[in-house]
Design a protein. Structure first.
Length: 143
């Protein structure tokens, strides 16, 4: 069974983060530059939140706030759902589906060691299913 650790080995462990006292505009610029949809919010080497495009849309745009004047801490999600590197892809998919979240920080020994997205999980599951199909076709079980 594939785990979160496998995803991180394939995609790398690059972690893009922002401080809670940064402006939302700074966060958006970083997300745009890196082509990502969420940032972990780190203060004193601790995970204190996560900021996603969804947070921005719902808590800034829809409320008529300014990205220049709003701080990350004001709109970040503070109750962060995290996973451990040894959790399975199926566990992650269940968690993401049941909680309606798209990004999971990966935490090991109280440190963020990566971030996975629903796209990462789905891609890995699809890859696994293709491999399983190829194996069964080679054994003569394919349709």
């Amino acid at each position: 069974m594939e785990t979160v650790r496998h995803i991180l080995q394939n995609k790398g462990k690059q972690i893009w983060s922002i401080r809670p006292d940064a402006t939302v505009l700074e966060a958006l610029r970083l997300m745009d530059a890196k082509g990502i949809g969420a940032l972990v919010v780190i203060q004193d080497n601790r995970l204190v939140g996560i900021l996603s495009e969804r947070d921005y849309a719902r808590k800034v745009i829809l409320k008529g706030r300014s990205s220049k004047d709003t701080l990350v801490r004001e709109i970040m999600t503070e109750r962060v759902v995290t996973v451990h590197p040894d959790q399975t892809l199926d566990e992650c998919m269940d968690l993401m589906s049941s909680r309606s979240i798209r990004h999971l920080p990966v935490v090991e020994n109280d440190q963020v060691v990566g971030v996975i997205s629903i796209r990462d999980v789905m891609s890995a599951i699809i890859h696994r299913q293709r491999e399983d199909l190829r194996k069964s076709e080679r054994r003569g079980y394919g349709g």
